[in-house]
Design a protein around this ligand. Structure first.
Ligand code: FMN
Length: 186
Protein backbone atom coordinates (compact mmCIF):
# COMPACT_ATOMS: atom_id res chain seq x y z
CA UNK A 1 0.00 0.00 0.00
CA UNK A 2 1.08 3.57 -0.59
CA UNK A 3 -0.23 6.36 1.64
CA UNK A 4 0.62 10.02 1.02
CA UNK A 5 0.01 13.16 3.05
CA UNK A 6 -0.55 16.68 1.72
CA UNK A 7 0.27 19.55 4.07
CA UNK A 8 -1.91 22.59 3.42
CA UNK A 9 -0.28 24.70 6.16
CA UNK A 10 2.49 27.17 5.34
CA UNK A 11 4.24 26.08 8.57
CA UNK A 12 6.73 23.24 8.26
CA UNK A 13 6.70 21.38 11.58
CA UNK A 14 3.41 23.10 12.40
CA UNK A 15 0.44 21.21 13.82
CA UNK A 16 -0.76 19.79 10.52
CA UNK A 17 2.74 18.72 9.52
CA UNK A 18 3.26 16.96 12.89
CA UNK A 19 -0.11 15.16 12.64
CA UNK A 20 0.54 14.05 9.06
CA UNK A 21 3.98 12.77 10.07
CA UNK A 22 2.26 10.72 12.80
CA UNK A 23 -0.28 9.37 10.31
CA UNK A 24 2.60 8.32 8.04
CA UNK A 25 4.23 6.53 10.98
CA UNK A 26 0.99 4.62 11.54
CA UNK A 27 0.85 3.60 7.88
CA UNK A 28 4.54 2.63 7.81
CA UNK A 29 4.10 0.45 10.89
CA UNK A 30 1.64 -1.59 8.78
CA UNK A 31 4.16 -1.94 5.94
CA UNK A 32 2.96 0.91 3.73
CA UNK A 33 5.27 3.24 1.88
CA UNK A 34 4.57 6.90 2.56
CA UNK A 35 5.49 10.40 1.42
CA UNK A 36 4.55 13.91 2.50
CA UNK A 37 4.11 16.80 0.06
CA UNK A 38 3.84 20.49 0.90
CA UNK A 39 1.27 22.66 -0.86
CA UNK A 40 2.89 25.95 0.24
CA UNK A 41 5.17 26.12 -2.79
CA UNK A 42 5.80 29.20 -4.96
CA UNK A 43 5.29 27.24 -8.14
CA UNK A 44 1.74 26.05 -7.53
CA UNK A 45 -0.99 28.00 -9.26
CA UNK A 46 -4.76 27.79 -9.20
CA UNK A 47 -6.93 26.17 -11.87
CA UNK A 48 -6.56 28.14 -15.13
CA UNK A 49 -9.92 26.90 -16.48
CA UNK A 50 -8.09 26.10 -19.74
CA UNK A 51 -10.13 22.95 -20.34
CA UNK A 52 -7.00 20.96 -21.24
CA UNK A 53 -7.88 18.28 -18.71
CA UNK A 54 -11.07 17.56 -20.61
CA UNK A 55 -9.07 16.30 -23.59
CA UNK A 56 -6.51 14.14 -21.73
CA UNK A 57 -8.25 13.35 -18.41
CA UNK A 58 -5.57 14.97 -16.31
CA UNK A 59 -4.50 18.51 -15.42
CA UNK A 60 -2.23 19.86 -18.19
CA UNK A 61 -0.67 22.69 -16.16
CA UNK A 62 2.96 21.82 -15.45
CA UNK A 63 3.98 23.19 -12.05
CA UNK A 64 4.60 22.03 -8.50
CA UNK A 65 1.37 20.05 -8.49
CA UNK A 66 2.46 17.84 -11.42
CA UNK A 67 4.63 15.71 -9.10
CA UNK A 68 1.84 15.63 -6.51
CA UNK A 69 -0.73 14.45 -9.08
CA UNK A 70 1.69 11.67 -10.13
CA UNK A 71 2.01 10.71 -6.46
CA UNK A 72 -1.80 10.66 -6.12
CA UNK A 73 -2.05 8.47 -9.23
CA UNK A 74 0.36 5.97 -7.62
CA UNK A 75 -1.15 6.13 -4.11
CA UNK A 76 -3.82 3.95 -2.55
CA UNK A 77 -4.74 6.62 -0.02
CA UNK A 78 -4.33 10.36 0.42
CA UNK A 79 -4.56 12.33 3.66
CA UNK A 80 -5.18 16.04 3.21
CA UNK A 81 -4.36 18.28 6.16
CA UNK A 82 -5.16 21.95 6.57
CA UNK A 83 -5.36 24.48 9.37
CA UNK A 84 -8.63 26.38 9.55
CA UNK A 85 -8.17 29.94 8.29
CA UNK A 86 -11.20 32.20 8.80
CA UNK A 87 -13.51 29.23 8.94
CA UNK A 88 -12.29 27.44 5.82
CA UNK A 89 -9.26 25.50 4.61
CA UNK A 90 -6.15 27.50 3.63
CA UNK A 91 -5.62 29.18 0.27
CA UNK A 92 -2.79 26.73 -0.39
CA UNK A 93 -5.21 23.86 0.09
CA UNK A 94 -7.85 25.60 -2.03
CA UNK A 95 -5.45 25.87 -5.01
CA UNK A 96 -4.93 22.13 -4.83
CA UNK A 97 -8.63 21.36 -4.39
CA UNK A 98 -9.57 23.42 -7.46
CA UNK A 99 -6.93 21.69 -9.58
CA UNK A 100 -8.58 18.33 -8.82
CA UNK A 101 -10.98 19.43 -11.58
CA UNK A 102 -8.41 17.72 -13.82
CA UNK A 103 -9.73 14.36 -12.64
CA UNK A 104 -13.21 15.05 -14.04
CA UNK A 105 -14.01 13.90 -17.57
CA UNK A 106 -16.13 16.07 -19.89
CA UNK A 107 -19.26 14.30 -18.60
CA UNK A 108 -18.07 14.95 -15.02
CA UNK A 109 -17.44 11.30 -14.33
CA UNK A 110 -14.12 10.62 -12.59
CA UNK A 111 -10.83 9.61 -14.20
CA UNK A 112 -9.20 9.10 -10.79
CA UNK A 113 -9.55 5.32 -10.73
CA UNK A 114 -11.55 3.22 -8.30
CA UNK A 115 -10.71 2.54 -4.67
CA UNK A 116 -8.55 5.53 -3.82
CA UNK A 117 -9.27 6.46 -0.21
CA UNK A 118 -9.02 9.86 1.45
CA UNK A 119 -9.00 11.18 4.96
CA UNK A 120 -8.96 14.75 6.29
CA UNK A 121 -7.08 16.35 9.18
CA UNK A 122 -7.87 19.88 10.32
CA UNK A 123 -6.39 21.98 13.13
CA UNK A 124 -7.79 25.15 14.63
CA UNK A 125 -7.57 27.51 17.59
CA UNK A 126 -11.26 27.21 18.57
CA UNK A 127 -11.94 24.65 21.27
CA UNK A 128 -15.21 23.35 19.76
CA UNK A 129 -14.48 20.70 17.13
CA UNK A 130 -17.94 21.24 15.63
CA UNK A 131 -17.44 24.93 14.77
CA UNK A 132 -16.32 24.30 11.20
CA UNK A 133 -18.30 21.18 10.35
CA UNK A 134 -19.60 22.86 7.19
CA UNK A 135 -16.05 23.35 5.89
CA UNK A 136 -15.14 19.75 6.63
CA UNK A 137 -18.30 18.43 5.01
CA UNK A 138 -17.75 20.61 1.92
CA UNK A 139 -14.19 19.28 1.53
CA UNK A 140 -15.41 15.69 1.91
CA UNK A 141 -18.22 16.25 -0.58
CA UNK A 142 -15.82 17.69 -3.17
CA UNK A 143 -13.30 14.87 -2.78
CA UNK A 144 -16.03 12.27 -3.21
CA UNK A 145 -17.36 14.09 -6.28
CA UNK A 146 -13.83 13.91 -7.73
CA UNK A 147 -13.86 10.15 -7.14
CA UNK A 148 -12.04 9.58 -3.84
CA UNK A 149 -13.64 7.09 -1.45
CA UNK A 150 -14.25 7.89 2.19
CA UNK A 151 -11.63 6.52 4.59
CA UNK A 152 -11.29 7.07 8.35
CA UNK A 153 -13.46 9.88 9.66
CA UNK A 154 -11.95 13.40 9.68
CA UNK A 155 -9.72 14.39 12.61
CA UNK A 156 -10.10 17.88 14.07
CA UNK A 157 -7.37 19.15 16.40
CA UNK A 158 -8.67 21.99 18.58
CA UNK A 159 -7.04 24.62 20.82
CA UNK A 160 -3.86 24.77 18.77
CA UNK A 161 -2.84 28.43 18.22
CA UNK A 162 0.93 27.88 18.07
CA UNK A 163 3.07 25.92 15.62
CA UNK A 164 3.81 22.38 16.70
CA UNK A 165 2.03 22.54 20.07
CA UNK A 166 0.07 19.45 19.04
CA UNK A 167 3.19 17.51 20.05
CA UNK A 168 1.94 17.86 23.65
CA UNK A 169 -1.43 16.29 22.84
CA UNK A 170 -0.96 12.54 23.05
CA UNK A 171 -4.58 11.78 22.10
CA UNK A 172 -4.41 13.75 18.82
CA UNK A 173 -1.06 12.17 17.96
CA UNK A 174 -2.57 8.74 18.57
CA UNK A 175 -5.68 9.59 16.53
CA UNK A 176 -3.51 10.71 13.60
CA UNK A 177 -1.39 7.55 13.92
CA UNK A 178 -4.56 5.46 13.82
CA UNK A 179 -5.74 7.18 10.61
CA UNK A 180 -2.53 6.12 8.87
CA UNK A 181 -2.79 2.63 10.33
CA UNK A 182 -6.39 2.24 9.22
CA UNK A 183 -5.70 3.50 5.69
CA UNK A 184 -2.84 1.03 5.38
CA UNK A 185 -5.32 -1.77 6.00
CA UNK A 186 -7.99 -0.68 3.51
C1 FMN B 1 -4.71 33.63 8.90
C2 FMN B 1 -5.18 32.71 10.01
C3 FMN B 1 -6.54 32.54 10.18
C4 FMN B 1 -7.00 31.67 11.18
N1 FMN B 1 -8.35 31.49 11.32
C5 FMN B 1 -8.81 30.66 12.29
C6 FMN B 1 -10.21 30.46 12.46
O1 FMN B 1 -11.04 30.99 11.73
N2 FMN B 1 -10.61 29.64 13.46
C7 FMN B 1 -9.73 29.00 14.31
O2 FMN B 1 -10.16 28.26 15.20
N3 FMN B 1 -8.39 29.15 14.15
C8 FMN B 1 -7.91 29.95 13.15
N4 FMN B 1 -6.55 30.10 12.98
C9 FMN B 1 -5.62 29.30 13.83
C10 FMN B 1 -5.06 28.05 13.09
O3 FMN B 1 -6.09 27.32 12.45
C11 FMN B 1 -4.36 27.12 14.09
O4 FMN B 1 -3.36 27.82 14.79
C12 FMN B 1 -3.77 25.87 13.44
O5 FMN B 1 -3.49 24.91 14.46
C13 FMN B 1 -2.48 26.15 12.68
O6 FMN B 1 -1.97 24.96 12.13
P1 FMN B 1 -0.45 24.83 11.63
O7 FMN B 1 0.41 24.91 12.87
O8 FMN B 1 -0.37 23.55 10.95
O9 FMN B 1 -0.20 26.00 10.69
C14 FMN B 1 -6.07 30.98 12.01
C15 FMN B 1 -4.70 31.19 11.81
C16 FMN B 1 -4.25 32.05 10.83
C17 FMN B 1 -2.77 32.26 10.65
Amino acid sequence: MKVIGLVGSPRKNGNIDVLLQKAMEGAEAQGSTTAIYYLNEDNICGCQACGGCKTIGRCVVEDGLSEIFSAIDAADSVIIGSPIYFGRFTAQTALFMDRLFGYLKPDFSSSLGKGKKYSLIFTQNQSDSGTYTNTINAAAQQLEFIGFESGPKPLVGTGLPNAGMVRDNKQLLQDAYNIGKELAHQ
